[in-house]
Each structure stands twice: as structure tokens, then as C-alpha cells.
Design a protein around this ligand. Structure first.
Ligand SMILES: [Zn+2]
Ligand SMILES: [Zn+2]
Length: 188
């Protein structure tokens, strides 16, 4: 038995031929378009685990079969289990995303409202106390990743404008055994 076709928020009805699989595809397409993260468990989840037909074809669920699956305690448990596992992962990745997007100070979590090319991803107090050398070694706030600053052949980071490390002026006797300042790994 097909579930009733729901009305859209603007009052229109979806086509009567609209199936749960169509709904899953629509939700996934909307999520992708708007940057929403969603995992859909639906008829195809079950179909992925069904034995093929005798002719070797993938078996597709009928409306009745899908309705029976939905009523099982196992299917209802899938949602609870998936939600709790996803919730733990979401907390961890959301914290990293907040830092990588420069929404909070990467050191003390003070809210930042200015864009990262003005804050470098730090509040004014931490910018003043961390010190330039440590800031140069930390991830670049403009990359949206954990990548380091890119000081390649430039006095400042190509992304955020942070001043590049200055080679130390050394006495001539020490110069021979000094390795050049190594650039952070650009592939990270
Ligand atoms: Zn701070
Ligand atoms: Zn940078």
C-alpha cells in the first residue's frame, strides 16, 4: 500500500505516481544543491541487500513490500542507530568545520564575525599573544581545510596575507650547516 501523497509547503500535490524512491532522490538532490548533509535510508537500502531474482536481476520492492519493511522493528531501529552514530560524527566534524570556516577563534573559541582574511581565524587577544611564529605554523584560515599557509616565493601567504617567516641572519661561521627554512607541506 502506497503512503498518501503529501502536499508540498505551497499547497501543491506531488504527482500520484510519486514513489518513496522518487522522494529519496528528490531529497538527495535538494540536499546536494543546498549543501545540506543527509543520508537517506529507503527502499534502495533494502534492495541493495535483497538476493537477485532467479533471472539474476536486481529485485525491486513493491509498495506493499516497502510498507511491510517500514512496520518492522528492525527498520525502525535502523533510524535510531544511524541517528546516534551520525550525531557523534556530526559533533566532531561540525567543530572542525567551524574552525576551518573561521567562525570562532581557533585558540579560545571566541565568536568571530569578521571574515578570515581580517582575523586569520583568531580573536584580537590571541593574535596578540600567540606570536607570529606559531601563527605561521598553524593551518591557514582561508583554505577551509587544515592546509598550512602558502608562503611559496612570497613575503606573505598567498591565501590570507600572513607575513612569511623571515630567514634568520646568522654569523658566517654558522651559515654552512643551516638547512633552509622548510615550507609547510602544501599537500596537507
Ligand atoms: Zn582567541
Ligand atoms: Zn594563509
Amino acid at each position: 500500500m502506497q503512503p498518501p501523497i503529501p502536499r508540498l509547503p505551497d499547497g501543491r500535490r506531488l504527482p500520484t505516481s510519486f514513489t518513496p524512491t522518487d522522494a529519496a532522490e528528490l531529497i538527495t538532490a535538494l540536499a546536494n544543491a543546498y549543501g545540506l548533509t543527509c543520508t537517506i535510508y529507503g527502499p534502495t537500502t533494502i534492495e541493495d541487500h535483497l538476493a537477485p531474482t532467479r533471472a539474476g536481476h536486481r529485485r525491486e520492492l513493491t509498495g506493499d513490500e516497502w510498507a511491510r519493511i517500514r512496520r518492522t522493528t528492525a527498520w525502525q531501529a535502523l533510524l535510531r542507530t544511524a541517528n546516534s552514530a551520525a550525531g557523534r560524527a556530526a559533533a566532531q566534524h561540525a567543530a572542525a568545520a567551524i574552525r576551518q570556516a573561521g567562525l570562532e577563534c581557533a585558540n579560545c573559541r571566541t565568536p568571530l564575525t569578521a571574515p578570515p582574511d581580517e582575523t586569520y581565524g583568531y580573536c584580537a587577544r590571541c593574535l596578540g599573544t600567540i606570536g607570529l611564529v606559531k601563527l605561521q605554523q598553524r593551518p591557514c584560515a582561508l583554505t577551509g581545510t587544515n592546509a598550512p599557509h602558502d608562503f611559496t616565493d612570497s613575503p606573505t601567504c598567498h591565501a590570507c596575507g600572513m607575513p612569511a617567516p623571515q630567514p634568520r641572519a646568522l654569523p658566517a661561521t654558522e651559515r654552512s650547516n643551516v638547512t633552509p627554512l622548510r615550507r609547510p607541506n602544501p599537500a596537507a
